[in-house]
Design a protein around this ligand. Sequence first.
Ligand code: UDP
Length: 343
Amino acid sequence: MRVLVTGGAGYIGSHAALRLLLDGHDVVTIDNLSRGHAQAEATLETLGGDRYTPIRCDLHETERLSELLTSEQIEVIMHFAAFAEVGESVDHPLRYHHNNIAGTVSVLRAMHEARTPRIVFSSSCSTYGEPAADQIPINEDTPQSPINPYGASKLQCERMLADLAEAKRRANEPFAYAALRYFNVAGCDRQTRVGEDHRPESHLIPICLQAALGQRPKMSIFGTDYPTPDGTCIRDYVHVEDLADAHVRVMGVLEPGDERRYNVGIGKGFSVRECIESAKRVTGVDFPVEEAERRPGDPPELYADVSKIERELGWKASITDIDETVESAWKWFKTYPHGWPES
Ligand code: UDP
């Protein structure tokens, strides 16, 4: 298929683009490099050859996007480009509304203009907010009630997709979407072709690895008084290669009229302390850890019921051992301790 990947120079987008290229698809990526890396595109170019086209384009350039969708004869969009940090979203909510919501409006308008029939959207478990204890593991029918602007921005995008699907149905125009609600995406390509490079970094596993590399004097546990067995937050860490696989699978089954929503996780959670222990085991470094205040916007426990995606798509995480996930990221961090080299 001919696929447009938004945010293709970013962490998840570059892994998905890599997977698509390896599977023989034609891939166009767009990225404004606000968070992505040109070096990721250069790597994809080496691997994809003629089947890969990187384009410098902002989500808000609706007309350019629409022309691109038409000229490149795009059959499906994978829309990854977004800001994705809970803490930042609490401090800078309008940044999230502008980039994630208005950016997605622009993509959908371009799609409408170009009559692109399918989109796979990166949604998030943050849309569920802080589910009651009896609603864990979280299934797709768990009420969506976000507690931070990041989650709210993703939920709003899901609603826009549903509205557009309804309008298209009434107009008898082909349209299909899938919203994949990611849990915590972690790890890197196990062959270290692409990887994870957020600046500044805020995610737990990379922060542990930077502490192991001595790039941070210590790392902090944000809250040790949560109602969980060891007092720290529990998350479901899904490997980025498995996540890319879920995208490819759903893309392959989307039929006109489809509205698919799936949780993508491994189906079990690890606490912050368990992740730190894993990072210490994998790296062999006993880096310093301090206990700190809670970070605003963090629900105590989030892990997925993944039975729907398994039942309907036959997708199941192949990597469920936290050490294996951390190991793949460690390989990347050891190879590129300062992230993607500047081009
Ligand atoms: N966390 C932490 N210390 C850090 C970074 C993260 O204790 O330096 C915690 C964070 O509060 C959350 C969990 O680790 O409970 C996962 O956070 P991350 O930012 O990786 O992902 P999120 O769940 O926010 O998407």
